[in-house]
Design a protein around this ligand. Sequence first.
Ligand code: FAD
Ligand code: UDP
Length: 370
Amino acid sequence: MIKIDFLVVGAGFAGSIVAERLASAGRQVLIIDKRPHVAGNAYDEHDAHGVLVHRYGPHIFHTNAQRIVDYLSQFTEWRPYEHRVLAQVEGQLLPIPINRDTVNRLYGLNLDEAGVQAFFERVREPREPVRSSEDVVLNTVGRDLYEKFFKHYTRKQWGLDASELSAGVAARIPVRTNQDDRYFTDTFQVMPLHGYTRMFEHMLDHPNIRTELGVDFAAIRNKVKAGHIVYTGPIDAYYDYCYGKLPYRSLHFEHEHLPALAQYQPVGTVNYPNDHAYTRITEFKHLTGQAHAGTSIVREYPQAEGDPYYPIPRPENEALYKRYQALALQEPHVTFVGRLAQYRYYNMDQVAAAALKAADNILGVAQEVA
Ligand code: FAD
Ligand code: UDP
């Protein structure tokens, strides 16, 4: 039996941040990940052709929280990057989020901002209450734009109709009457200058942290006696699926390098709501700013089976999660944090915030302040 103070399961944003905080407070930490690398789904690497790519799909860091940027800035420098996305609809590449140019180009109009506002007022299908993702979109831009930009993308991505998904999913995508074509409007939109993996390596490079990769918690849980466990994997797996499986959506990533092409597409990501089995193509050089004679892209194919990438936000899944959460709340010596453990459709900055809070709670900072 191995005895340790803190065992952290998962070396993504959630686990690595908690590990760093505990280690910096003088605690001894063992962090494991079943994958052969750190950084979780944010993992990036140079492909065989020397292009920096994100193995698990495009990761763009954006936040309004200065303190999250300050915290992460201890481990990386940044490169400013504003993500732009175009959607291929009826043979055109149109801005998404839907904005004034999207409407004008799709319908051959020349509306100003007030004109687009009036247009949305005319076509929207008011919904009260707004419960589902379908409600969100119909309520703001009406049926035609819903069907052209959201309906089929959502079915592909989730294997569900937008009417079966909570409002929060589609509400991630705003609707604009101006010409702002940025995907995000957060104050900070940056990429780690030397990549996410390098940032995580710096974070975990601490004398109080031991990192063991390729180690599954299931294989060691009876061999390790930890004073406290920080668990960032899927919560249903921790409890051996005792209430049944929590649905997570998976993806298959098809990476491709195009050796003789400097640029494949005009922006970082092109969405394909209506064509193809994949949802989107991302070209990494836009995100990283890397200069290279060739270029590398990734296509995302949603699927039911495989690594759990997305919790699926809908009321019955939330109810099942609550049952697991009730078990978790009875365990003072285990902390569940992160996108999989909290079953939350979190962005990286939200996971970072949750991890910093979890570390404070473990270290008793909250109690001391109170
Ligand atoms: P993860 O990164 O999933 O880390 C959990 C780790 O736990 C994994 O490495 C896993 O191997 C390990 N683990 C699980 N079970 C076990 C076990 N039994 N034993 C040992 N180890 C285990 N967010 C943004 O802010 N911007 C974006 O642009 C963005 N793009 C995304 C694109 C895609 C395709 C996906 C899937 C997500 C994206 N996200 C984005 C979300 C982002 O990936 C997450 O918010 C963040 O990575 C979650 O961190 P985490 O530590 O909670 O989970
Ligand atoms: N969405 C859509 N069409 C788009 C972009 C997004 O229907 O062109 C919907 C879809 O349901 C998607 C959700 O909005 O899953 C959230 O999109 P986002 O780009 O935030 O997804 P992520 O980057 O997390 O995969």
